[in-house]
Design a protein around this ligand. Structure first.
Ligand code: ADP
Ligand code: ADP
Length: 234
């Protein structure tokens, strides 16, 4: 079955007397290993979409099934455990811990999850090699470029071997050259180890680099299209 399924999802926010419909009647299935962009202008619902598929927030109506389980039927602890085990997150602002080295930042999720320091180190070293940062293990984030920081953040998102990585505007703070490199890196990791990636962007140029684009307008999915086979020259 699908990795993730949104069925009839609506999400609204109440702001005093007014109501904002951030997602409207969204039906989306994400398959294991898919590489998907969620595109839309500012305010179209991309962050809300990412929060829902990351099980960080609940729909107002409709359901989110992840690995066959309806997230609303889980207790908060069960949902947190599922998220920690199976979902990695990448953020627009990188969100690395400034006083930790690249290696320590990537080890952290496993150490919080009670892995031994040795196991965390082995997994983190392997993920940092995958993102091409083996020569920067001891660097703190401030000593790294934006593109390098985001690669550390990708390694951190992957260190627990999640089935899904959710990245909300991962290239918003990168120049266009680094933005393309980060997307290409995520795509090659997705292809090589079968991790599904869903990232949001308002940058139309990045849509050429994905297998599937989901386009949002005012909270509605207005296009959901797979690239023709062989169309991607990455
Ligand atoms: P995007 O990521 O595409 O900019 P968002 O999902 O952040 O879109 O927002 C969709 C709509 O919901 C916007 O109108 C936004 O102002 C509104 N919104 C988002 N989060 C909240 C919130 N916590 N409270 C109230 N309104 C919100
Ligand atoms: P915590 O921050 O303690 O891990 P969660 O982020 O899992 O808590 O949940 C925040 C709130 O949103 C909780 O009240 C939870 O019931 C609800 N929630 C989060 N995700 C979902 C979901 N996909 N379906 C239903 N409810 C959810």
């Amino acid at each position: 079955g699908p990795l993730l399924e949104m069925r009839g999802v609506n999400k609204h926010y109440l702001m005093g007397e007014s109501r904002i419909d951030a997602l409207k009647a969204v039906n989306v299935q994400i398959e294991p290993g898919e590489f998907v962009a969620v595109w839309g202008p500012s305010g179209s619902g991309k962050s809300t979409f990412c929060n829902l598929i990351g099980l960080l927030d609940a729909p107002s109506s409709g359901s989110v099934h992840f690995l066959g389980q309806n997230a609303a039927m889980l207790s908060d602890d069960q949902r947190s455990a599922l998220r920690n085990r199976a979902i990695g997150f990448v953020f627009q602002g990188f969100n690395l811990i400034p006083v930790l080295s690249a290696l320590e930042n990537v080890m952290l999720p496993l150490q919080v999850g009670q892995a031994s320091a040795q196991a965390a180190r082995v997994a983190a070293l392997s993920r940092l090699a995958e993102v091409g940062l083996t020569s920067h293990l001891a660097h703190r984030p401030a000593k790294l470029s934006g593109g390098q920081q985001q690669r550390v953040a990708i390694a951190r998102a992957l260190v627990g071997s999640p089935a899904l990585v959710v990245a909300d505007e991962p290239t918003a703070n990168l120049d266009s050259d680094n933005a393309l490199k980060v997307i290409a890196l995520m795509r090659s990791i997705s292809k090589s180890d079968g991790t599904a990636f869903v990232f949001s962007t308002h940058d139309e140029r990045l849509l050429e680099r994905v297998d599937r684009r989901i386009m949002l307008h005012d909270g509605a999915v207005v296009e959901d299209r797979k690239a023709p086979a062989g169309a991607l020259a990455l």
